[in-house]
Design a protein. Structure first.
Length: 461
C-alpha cells in the first residue's frame, strides 16, 4: 500500500427511494495530488468489472496514473457489493450442480437454487446492487470529497457507470474519460453475441500476428490456424490434456485461457508458447498458467491492508459480476417460462452464436440463462438518450475482445456529447498500452483539451 494513501468510508442509502431502510458502507481510498498548488480536485477511478475492487487496484499500482496524480487526488472505491463495500457472495460459487445430459427442467431448477443461495449469502445489499444505485453513490462520494463536479476516469464496465452518472447528474458531471466503452443498449444475449464476435476478432488478429513468427505452431495460414484451434478445443472437450502432476485442461478451460490472454497484447507471446506446448508436447501447463482473471489482479495483502479488516468472499468478483449485470438488464430470461420454451430459445440462438465463433460462441450462449431466477432488472440504462451532459471523451480499441469498438460509437450517439478516440490497436482498453491514448486522455483531464470529431491513435506504439 502506498505510504501516502488514505483510506476511509462513506455511508450511502441502501435504497434511495426509501432511505429509512438503512445504509451501505462504501470503502474508498485517496492518494493526494503531489502538486498541491495546482491541484484540480479529485479524480475518481473505476477499473471495471463489474466486480473489480478499486481500492485494492489503486493500492497495487498507482504508477500508471502518475501524471494525473500531480494535479488530482486519485480516488478509488469499491462499489456497493464489491470488495470491502458489503460484498455479495453466492456461498462459494455460481456453479450449478447439473450435468450436460440432464433435462432443461433440472438445469433451470439448479439455476434458481443458485440465485437463492446468492440471496442468503449476500444479505440486503443484493437487491439494491446495480449501476443506477452505484452512480448515485458516486454523487455522494463527490459531495463528501468536496468537489463541485465529478471528474472521472472509467475503464470497461466503469464506462457504463460513468455514462449512467452523466445521465442522472448532467449538471454535476465534470471532465470524464471512458475507455473500453461498454454497451448501454443491448440485453445480455446480444452482449454475449457481440462479445463472442469481439473475442473471435481478437483471436484472428493474434493468429495473424503468430503467422509472422518463425516458430508459430499453426504455421503461416491463418484460416487453417483458426480451424486447428477449433479442433484443439473439440479434442480437449472429448479427452482433456493431463499434465505430469495430474492437472488437466478441458476444451472449455482452453477457451478461458485463450480469452484471458487476448486481453493484453503483451500476453500474446505467452499464448503462442502455451498453444505450442499443448499441440506439440501435449503439455497443459502453459494454458493453465494463462487461466484466471482477465484484468489486473492486485495482491490480497494490498487489498486487505488498504481497506482495513474484514474478509472478502472468494467468489465476490463472480457474484458481483452476475448481480450487477442482471440488475442492469430488463430483458433477462423469464424465470416463469417453461423449460421447453427456454430450450427452444437456446436452440434458436445456437446456430447464430456458432456462426460468430465456433470457439467462443458456446460458452457465451449460456449467458442467456445467467439471470434466471433473479429479480427483474432496470430499463433506465436503455433509455439514456442525449441527457445534456457536457462533452466527454470515449476511447475505443479496434481489436478489443471484451468491449467491441461498435459499442464506443453507439454510446457516443446515446450520450450526444462525446469525442471519440479511435485506437487501432489490440487488447482490452487503450490507456495503459498507448502513449497516444494517454496523451489525449490526460490532456483533457488536466488541461481541458478536447478535440472536435473522432481522433485516431495508431497500433504498434
Amino acid at each position: 500500500m502506498p505510504a501516502d494513501m488514505w483510506c476511509g468510508t462513506v455511508e450511502v442509502p441502501l435504497d434511495y427511494a426509501a432511505p429509512a431502510k438503512g445504509t451501505v458502507t462504501v470503502a474508498l481510498a485517496r492518494i493526494p495530488a503531489t502538486d498541491r498548488k495546482k491541484r484540480l480536485g479529485s479524480l475518481l477511478l473505476n477499473y471495471g468489472g463489474p466486480g473489480s475492487p478499486g481500492v485494492a487496484n489503486l493500492a497495487a499500482d498507482p504508477k500508471l496514473f502518475a501524471d494525473l496524480g500531480e494535479r488530482y487526488d486519485l480516488v478509488a472505491f469499491d462499489p456497493r457489493g464489491v470488495g470491502h463495500s458489503e460484498p455479495v457472495s453466492c456461498g462459494g460459487s455460481l456453479e450449478t450442480e447439473t450435468y450436460a445430459d440432464e433435462d432443461a427442467a433440472a438445469q433451470l431448477a439448479a439455476l434458481r437454487a443458485v440465485a437463492r443461495r446468492c440471496e442468503l449469502a449476500s444479505g440486503p445489499v443484493l437487491r439494491y446492487i446495480g449501476t443506477v444505485n452505484a452512480a448515485r453513490d458516486l454523487d455522494v462520494m463527490r459531495e463528501a470529497l468536496g468537489d463541485r463536479k465529478l471528474n472521472y476516469l472509467g475503464f470497461s464496465y466503469g464506462t457504463r457507470l460513468g455514462a449512467v452518472y452523466a445521465a442522472q447528474f448532467p449538471g454535476r458531471t465534470g471532465r470524464m474519460v471512458l475507455d473500453g466503452v461498454d454497451t448501454l443498449t443491448e440485453p445480455l444475449a446480444e452482449q454475449a453475441l457481440a462479445s463472442a464476435r469481439g473475442q473471435q476478432r481478437a483471436l484472428d488478429n493474434f493468429l495473424a500476428w503468430c503467422a509472422h513468427r518463425k516458430d508459430c505452431v499453426y504455421g503461416t495460414n491463418t484460416r487453417s490456424a483458426r480451424e486447428r484451434v477449433e479442433a484443439l478445443v473439440t479434442r480437449l472437450d472429448a479427452e482433456p490434456l493431463i499434465g505430469h502432476d495430474g492437472s488437466y485442461v478441458t476444451g472449455q478451460d482452453a477457451v478461458g485461457a485463450i480469452g484471458s490472454a487476448l486481453y493484453a497484447k503483451r500476453m500474446w507471446p505467452d499464448l503462442a508458447d502455451a498453444l505450442a506446448m499443448a499441440e506439440r508436447d501435449h503439455d497443459p501447463v502453459g494454458l493453465l498458467q494463462l487461466g484466471g482473471p482477465t484484468g489486473p489482479e492486485p495482491s490480497s495483502d494490498g487489498g486487505q491492508d488498504a481497506a482495513g479488516p474484514g474478509t472478502v468472499p472468494a467468489d465476490n468478483a463472480e457474484a458481483a459480476l452476475a448481480a450487477v449485470s442482471c440488475a442492469d438488464d430488463p430483458d433477462r430470461s423469464n424465470d416463469t417460462a417453461s423449460p421447453a420454451a427456454i430450450e427452444k430459445e437456446l436452440a434458436d440462438l445456437k446456430d447464430e452464436f456458432l456462426k460468430v465463433s465456433e470457439i467462443f460462441g458456446p460458452s457465451r450462449l449460456m449467458t442467456v440463462l445467467a439471470c434466471y431466477g433473479r429479480p427483474a432488472g432496470t430499463d433506465f440504462i436503455r433509455k439514456i438518450d442525449r441527457p445534456g451532459a457536457p462533452r466527454m471523451m470515449l476511447i475505443g480499441t479496434r481489436g478489443d475482445p471484451a468491449t467491441p469498438y461498435e459499442w464506443t460509437e453507439e454510446t457516443a450517439k446515446r450520450l450526444g456529447s462525446a469525442v471519440v478516440v479511435d485506437y487501432k490497436g489490440d487488447g482490452h482498453t487503450g490507456y495503459a498500452s498507448s502513449p497516444c491514448v494517454r496523451e489525449y486522455a490526460d490532456g483533457f483531464l488536466i488541461d481541458g483539451r478536447l478535440p472536435a470529431g473522432t481522433r485516431s491513435c495508431p497500433a504498434g506504439e
